[in-house]
Design a protein around this ligand. Structure first.
Ligand code: FEO
Length: 174
């Protein structure tokens, strides 16, 4: 059985992940308006990935004999001052998500819920990749963003991203 304190945090994390999807979809829409279709696609795919994270945790709560108590998802911002503003907010948001994941692992260990501790190691590793991706996007825009031709190529490259369901989700839904 899942520990009550841990179950509450997992439920909150479902909401955080769904908010991440909302935030990135809103950013995608902002990029579309600026005709940066590649950036828009990257964020659109990221929104799907965040929904997948939420579903993985939801499925885990159910499998562990808990109850998923869904909460309202706040509205994301709709406007940003610049492309860099979006990229910086994304980096900050992913760092925040990492801190939430670390807290879940900390509390799971305090509560001796070693199943959740182990399960969440996937998310710990996933956050390494998430932070790396968004930091790379920011760094590459810093280098290439002021040159029109380079920006065009960066936008093209980001637009090549395709959604691949995380293996953990496919395993759980198989
Ligand atoms: Fe679900 Fe981007 O972390």
């Amino acid at each position: 059985m899942i520990k009550e304190k841990v179950e509450l945090l997992l439920n909150q994390q479902v909401t955080h992940e769904l908010y991440s999807a909302q935030l990135y979809l809103s950013m995608s829409s902002w990029f579309s308006e600026k005709s940066l279709d590649g950036f828009a696609k990257w964020y659109y795919v990221q929104a799907y990935e965040e929904k997948a994270h939420a579903m993985i945790i939801y499925n885990y709560i159910i499998q562990a004999g808990g109850r998923a108590l869904l909460e309202p998802i706040k509205a994301p911002p709709h406007e940003w001052d610049s492309v860099m503003d979006v990229l910086e907010e994304t980096v900050k948001h992913e760092e925040f998500v990492t801190s939430l994941i670390y807290n879940i692992v900390d509390v799971a260990r305090q509560e001796k819920d070693y199943k959740v501790d182990q399960f969440f190691q996937w998310f710990v590793n996933e956050q390494v990749e998430e932070e790396d991706n968004v930091n790379k996007n920011k760094g590459r825009y810093e280098t290439m963003g002021k040159d029109g031709k380079a920006l065009y190529l960066l936008d093209q490259e980001l637009g090549a991203r395709v959604y691949v369901a995380p293996p953990l989700l496919t395993t759980m839904e198989a």
